[in-house]
Design a protein around this ligand. Structure first.
Ligand SMILES: *Cc1c(COP(=O)(O)O)cnc(C)c1O
Length: 375
């Protein structure tokens, strides 16, 4: 894996290219298909309430009300916002100080913020996609984390979700669901909200599959949420009025139909040109192997080369090609250090509505070709 510093340089390079395109072609020349589309739907009247204390009073209440609705909470629950999902995760682990964290997810790896938070508090950390291993590991000292939908949008099986919750309840452990994208993606598969399934706490990202600014919305049992919020304020992890305002309006404007449209588009998306290219390139170099799959809202190229190290390098090169030559922004090049390196195309992004499936496929296949078939 690349070091954090190498990752940072990669991120800076991406930002520089984005700026160049922005200056040359304007916003129209960029297509953010990362799925983290960002949005800030506040109104004029909201702007007048952005004072630190007035805003905190007004917007925090709105976020509580709309957030609980969005996340399926009831009158015993509470909802607050943090700067990022990662901030909410850190605040949770700092506040609950678990001896160990047992993390079940449908596919490895988990989001790095969970393990990093455990390192800070010296909590033992265990993650697995093997349900039996997880059930055996849970005891009364565990904080049990379930990822509802991974960074690559692999969705948890409802049966396993329930099994982990049951086991945690039996042992008296607290259940915290990392539903960053899952809170919406799981709805597409008719899964109930995490709180309705018996989770004590759930966090979701307000700019994944919804038009909000990047932020982390935490909901669940009131006394737990209060405790986590208080701990978070000690380190400046809690959302301030401008972010709260953006989150409130994103929740208010959230429309599952838009996500469903992307879901349908993803289902019908024709990936046969990628398969064709895979066959051609294998003849050039037997180490080339394009592994790709559809996600609920797009598709992901998970691998292009057999050797792991080369693979990551090549995926990043392809990502840069997509950005430079086609204006397509992906997490592969623009994501934070530690983010998934799979080349993921997300059709819930607003910008996806401005380009055709053909443009996207052409961009991907040409970028792969130019990385592997340099003259
Ligand atoms: C995106 C994501 C996070 C982190 O969200 P940030 O806003 O980057 O902090 C955590 N967990 C999962 C599963 C995610 O997909």
């Amino acid at each position: 894996m690349p070091s954090d510093y190498e990752e940072f340089l990669r991120l800076e390079k991406a930002r520089k290219i984005i700026l160049e395109i922005l200056n040359e072609k304007g916003r129209e020349g960029l297509y953010d298909l990362s799925g983290l589309s960002g949005g800030f739907l506040i109104t004029e009247e909201d702007k007048n309430l952005l004072n630190t204390y007035i805003g905190a009073s007004y917007f925090a209440e709105k976020v509580d009300e709309y957030g609980l609705k969005h996340l399926g909470g009831d009158e015993d629950d509470k909802c607050v916002a943090f700067n990022r999902t990662s901030s909410a995760i850190l605040a949770t682990i700092l506040a609950l100080k678990p001896k160990k964290v047992v993390h079940y997810l449908p596919e490895l790896p988990g989001h790095p913020s969970i393990e990093r938070s455990c390192k800070i508090t010296n909590a033992e950390y265990f993650e697995s996609d093997n349900i039996e291993e997880i059930l055996n590991k849970i005891d009364k000292d565990s904080l049990v984390v379930i990822t509802g939908s991974t960074m690559d949008l692999k969705v948890v099986e409802l049966e396993n979700f329930k099994k982990v919750i049951d086991e945690a309840k039996n042992k008296g452990a607290i259940v915290f669901v990392d539903d960053a994208s899952g809170a919406r993606v799981r709805l597409l598969f008719n899964q109930p909200p995490a709180l309705k399934l018996g989770a004590d706490l759930v966090v979701t990202s307000t700019d994944k599959l919804m038009e909000g600014p990047r932020g982390g919305l935490l909901a669940g049992k009131k006394e737990l949420v209060d405790k986590i919020y208080i701990e978070g304020t000690k380190f400046g992890l809690e959302a301030q009025p401008p972010l709260l305002a953006g989150i409130y309006r994103a929740l208010e404007n959230f429309n599952l139909e838009r996500v469903k449209k992307a879901f349908e588009r993803a289902k019908n998306f024709d990936l046969s040109k990628i398969e064709q290219l895979n066959k051609e390139l294998k003849k050039v170099d037997t180490n080339i192997e394009i592994v790709y799959e559809k996600t609920p809202t797009g598709f992901a190229i998970k691998r292009v080369y057999k050797n792991d190290e080369v693979n990551i390098k090549k995926l990043v090169e392809i990502g840069f090609n997509l950005l430079k030559n086609f204006g397509i922004i992906t997490i592969t090049v623009a994501g934070m250090p530690g983010a998934s390196k799979s080349l993921r195309i997300d059709l819930t992004s607003k910008d996806a509505e401005r380009i055709s499936d053909d443009y996207i496929i052409k961009a991907i296949t040409e970028s792969i070709k130019s990385v592997f078939c340099q003259p």
